[in-house]
Design a protein around this ligand. Structure first.
Ligand SMILES: Nc1nc2c(c(=O)[nH]1)N[C@@H](CN(C=O)c1ccc(C(=O)N[C@@H](CCC(=O)O)C(=O)O)cc1)CN2
Ligand code: MG
Length: 296
């Protein structure tokens, strides 16, 4: 038996289409164009690709896109001043600071200076607290994308055993909160977890988000389980550059019931959910009904 491959590219295209329809309604019925500002500090090549892609897709769904590219030497106060200006710009409904930031900048301080209502990454402590207490919040894009794919594949997740491998603020912790919100029994595993293979073998849902290439082998996977692979690792094999996930794809796909590939799984959903969050933020800011199916 081999696993159903969950096609993140196709799924993300559908989400973007829904976002586009909602943007058209906002423009035609209310004369409002949602606006997203993306801030990039420095010249990290992967970040440059992601930011370009975000800008292009923002325009494709009919929203306003603003890009601020700052030099790697940008000072803390200059960045905070820019965020303050964006916080006060009525045409901007979503603000995203691309991570990672250069080492001399305080990531927490920067993120927490974004107005929570415009924090389309869902990283501000207010949004983290709201999500943790089951209240309406902005939800981090990658975990939101994973949740959407899991709901679409399984319908209800209620009562399922979910193991999230990785405890980052961006993926692991919010992913665990979302799965708990959908009534899963959730375990967060990490580098100090004892007997990780046994813990993972109990899972109906495995979310691998550790950032270690192919660290989850197929013999850790319960037959029929769903594997959501959040890893994006650039490796070199047989002299060729390759992108691989945190799960060993071939051995996991041979055992799992469903699996997301890398590339083409979780990654594309991250940007689709960013666009969805921007529309949601715009609707909330204007006291309008939120798009259905695009939030947690
Ligand atoms: N402020 C943020 N910074 C970062 C986030 C984030 O959500 N907010 N996430 C990642 C980077 N990221 C978006 O910013 C992102 C990563 C990967 C993809 C994607 O589509 N990946 C493709 C492969 C693309 C490639 O070849 O690199 C895939 O998996 O198919 C989109 C967005 C860190 N920073
Ligand atoms: Mg830093």
């Amino acid at each position: 038996m081999s696993a159903t491959v969950i096609d993140g590219r196709a799924f993300a295209a559908k989400v973007r289409e829904q976002v586009g329809e909602h943007v058209t309604r906002l423009k035609e019925a209310h004369g409002i164009t949602p606006g997203l500002a993306v801030v990039l500090v420095g010249e990290d090549p992967a970040s440059e690709v992601y930011v370009r892609s975000k800008g292009k897709m923002t325009l494709e769904v009919g929203m306003k896109s603003v890009e601020h590219k700052l030099s790697a030497q940008t000072g803390q106060q200059e960045l905070l001043d820019l965020i303050d200006a964006l916080n006060n710009d009525p045409e901007i409904h979503g603000i995203l600071v691309q991570l990672p930031l250069p080492d001399h900048l305080d990531e927490d301080l920067v993120i927490n200076s974004i107005a929570p209502a415009k924090d389309v990454d869902g990283f501000h402590v207010s949004n983290v607290g709201l999500l943790g207490t089951g209240q309406k919040s902005m939800v981090p894009c990658t975990p939101l994308g994973c949740l959407m794919m899991l709901r679409a594949h399984h319908g209800s997740l209620s009562g399922m055993n979910a193991v999230v491998i990785g405890r980052s603020n961006i993926v692991g912790k919010p992913m665990a909160q979302l799965l708990l919100g959908d009534s899963c029994t959730v375990t967060i595993a990490h580098s100090r977890t004892k007997d990780l293979p046994e813990v993972v073998r109990r899972a109906d849902i495995v979310v691998a988000a550790v950032g270690r290439p192919e660290m989850v082998p197929g013999d850790w996977i319960k037959p029929g389980a769903t594997v959501i692979d959040v890893g994006i690792n650039r490796i070199e094999r047989d002299g060729k550059k390759k992108l691989v996930g945190d799960a060993d794809y071939d051995s996991c796909a041979a055992v799992a019931g469903a699996i997301t590939p890398v590339p083409g799984g979780v990654g594309p959903m991250t940007i689709a959910c960013l666009l969805a969050n921007t529309v949601t933020a715009c609707c909330r800011a204007n006291g309008l009904e939120e798009p259905e199916g695009l939030t947690a």
